[in-house]
Design a protein around this ligand. Structure first.
Ligand SMILES: [Zn+2]
Ligand SMILES: [Zn+2]
Length: 320
């Protein structure tokens, strides 16, 4: 075998060993009549095959990010797709050196994602009426002045990274979306493309907008993650926040830049942490030096708080 071939094989083995875990994110809106029964079966199954992660089950369907060995994750995907209620689920797969969850948590909730609007305007049966735009068209649409890219995520996610020229509603939680939507009323006649991490928030946001007089609303199918998995990501600036131990992932492989600053010293930084004061728990950008100085707290006030958590160098705190 020649040297080049050996090198390629070595590289493949190296990647396989170092990225032996899968992280899969997915959601599916489907009517689950007896979701408590489904919950029990699902928990037992996930536990048996050794998966970790976070799953929400509701009458509206399922929303999850799970991680484990490739074989277990493939089995999970197969089982879910073989159930006709979930056969349209779109799975987004990343490889990882580690499992970014401390345990398996499955919760039953009122909604797949907390929108705060389910009981009045959003009917899950209508969700299929949304219009989608594929990741392939994003790079062409982004420079069109008449097209508005609306980031429906929380503002701290937007600060860390977003699509070039996108706008944010400056919300702390997705459940504030409906209340702040009037701030973009001037775009009611524009073509609007909503986006979020994986698409689940847009399902509700874009539907809610259509119901409230916005004429031309599309959502990015599969969100930032799908765009990042399938394109070089050149129009995403900064990093994409994710809700697991990775904290953020790279989307742009062509011209990556840091767009955020340490909230304390203002130096360029894309290091996001939670404030060590559990009562505050604010998501902030903080450089390593300032984290040391403030023991991982967002302010002197939080640093002076007696029952703050011990800063462990990462700024990630798992519930014990
Ligand atoms: Zn700093
Ligand atoms: Zn704080």
């Amino acid at each position: 075998m020649d040297y080049v071939k050996k090198l390629i094989i070595f590289k493949i083995i190296y990647i396989m060993i170092n990225n032996q875990y899968y992280i899969i994110s997915y959601y599916c809106y489907t009517y689950l009549e007896n979701f408590m029964i489904f919950y029990k079966d699902h928990f037992n199954f996930c536990n048996k095959i050794g998966l970790k992660g976070r799953i929400i089950i509701s009458q509206e369907g399922i929303n999850g990010t799970i991680s484990g060995y490739g074989e277990s994750c493939k089995k999970y995907i197969k089982i879910l797709l073989s159930d006709k209620r979930f056969n349209k689920t779109d799975f987004k797969i990343h490889l990882s050196k580690f499992i970014p969850f401390p345990r398996l948590t499955i919760k039953c909730k009122n909604e797949n994602i907390n929108s705060g609007i389910i009981n009045n305007s959003i009917n899950i049966k209508n969700i299929v009426t949304n219009k989608y735009v594929n990741y392939k068209y994003i790079d062409d649409l982004i420079d069109d002045d008449k097209v508005i890219f609306l980031d429906v995520r929380s503002h701290y996610e937007f600060i860390l990274g977003h699509f070039k020229n996108a706008i944010s509603l400056n919300i702390n939680y997705f459940r504030e979306f409906a209340k702040k939507m009037h701030n973009i009323n001037q775009f009611k006649n524009n073509k609007i493309i909503t986006y979020c991490t994986g698409g689940i928030r847009c399902e509700k946001a874009s539907l809610y907008m259509l119901k409230n007089g916005f004429k031309n609303v599309y959502q990015l199918e599969g969100g930032i993650i799908k765009y990042g998995l399938n394109t070089p990501g050149k129009n995403f600036i900064g990093k994409c926040y994710v809700f697991d131990g990775r904290i953020s992932i790279n989307i742009n492989t062509v011209n990556p830049i840091v767009i955020s600053n340490c909230s304390f010293c203002n130096k360029k930084s894309d290091r996001m942490i939670n404030c060590a004061n559990a009562k505050c728990n604010k998501h902030i950008i903080q450089c390593i030096q300032c984290s040391h100085l403030l023991n991982g707290c967002c302010s002197d006030n939080c640093n002076n708080c007696e029952d703050k958590r011990i800063y462990n160098g990462t700024g990630i705190y798992y519930r014990t």
